[in-house]
Design a binder for this molecule. Sequence first.
Ligand code: NAD
Ligand code: DAU
Length: 360
Amino acid sequence: MRTYLVTGGAGFIGSNYIHYMFRKYENEIRIINVDALTYAGNLENLKEVEDRDNYTFVKADITDKDAMMKIFKENDIDRVVHFAAESHVDRSIVDPEVFIKTNVLGTAVMLNCAKEAWEKEDGTFAEGKKFLHVSTDEVYGSLDDEGGYFYETTPYDPHSPYSASKASSDFLVKAYIDTYHFPANITNCSNNYGPYQFPEKLIPLIINNALHGRKLPVYGDGKNVRDWLYVDDHAKGIDMVQEKGRIGETYNIGGHNEKQNIEIIEIILETLLEMLPKDDERRKFISKDLITYVTDRKGHDRRYAIAPDKIKAEIGWEPETMFKDGIKKTIAWFFEHEDWMESVTSGDYQKYYDEMYQNR
Ligand code: NAD
Ligand code: DAU
């Protein structure tokens, strides 16, 4: 039975990955989820798996080397899947330091602990051990409106403190691969959407605001483009890279689903009206009138677009969920989990929202 150490498994993508892995492998694997439970981590996301005998949760910070080493000493870890990070660009513009701490130092700690646990006396690594670093397409910088794609060979050119911290963490992983022949892969993925996404990110924020008749804030001219991927397709890609990828390689994961932000908002509004019952009161206020253009994000990257040619050719991964289906599934999930949205938007969220959007 393979043992996985998942970092950041109580966040958006990490929790979807854990659900995906238990659906796929059931009792053939064991998962240890280590998460510091920051504002973005939520054990509610894992309620359905918390009683499984082959699942363990450890509350700890990935920058705490003793706590991480203890996990490696007490368990024979076969796979590390490293999601834990500060992940929101706007927060990184206001408060960059925690991004450097978690994303850079935290990754260094995870790499060191795995190396210490897996390295043999002759400097090679125990058979079958693998580390997967989950990264982002933002490390490649920004494309212009005219075209072009991010390939694995595209030079790094990060612009925000968030993407700079992720780029630094990628370079650390690459250094371990080159220096020690450390058995790792990196995946650089485009924008994800789906269940359990925290409503600081565009799609859940727009769904939640529209359902409450609040303004829908559009940064700049609304024509920035992102390449949207349904989160289950990302989870599947991560598993396929870890099992079938060539050790030491980087794989880009993306949806070939480029859309301007304003298009995304219009699709959400149309889909909400299509899905809400005919007599639902909220139909009265859900309309394009809620769209409000606000001051642009500082250093706002114009366009991201992934070329997923390598992962398709070498591993056979392709995005499976069409955006029109993925957004319906996502909205249906939010309809069924209004209590989840309520609980994550109570408390500190209101303060965050006011600071980020008031006077913008
Ligand atoms: P998220 O913010 O929803 O979740 C991050 C998780 O990490 C949370 O559970 C949080 O509690 C935990 N965490 C934060 N700091 C920690 C620390 N010091 N120690 C232990 N745990 C800590 O993020 P997400 O959107 O699920 O992203 C997960 C990973 O995927 C990140 O590495 C991110 O860079 C990458 N990524 C995200 C996207 C996206 O669209 N969301 C796309 C590509 C790559
Ligand atoms: O590309 C992958 C990245 O996607 C991940 O690495 C990040 O962790 C993830 O947060 C995401 O980054 P973005 O900055 O692209 O996502 P966000 O949802 O914050 O914003 C998407 C676009 O929408 C972006 O162009 C900014 C814009 N936006 C966002 C918010 C929150 C708005 O216009 N209004 C908003 O209120």
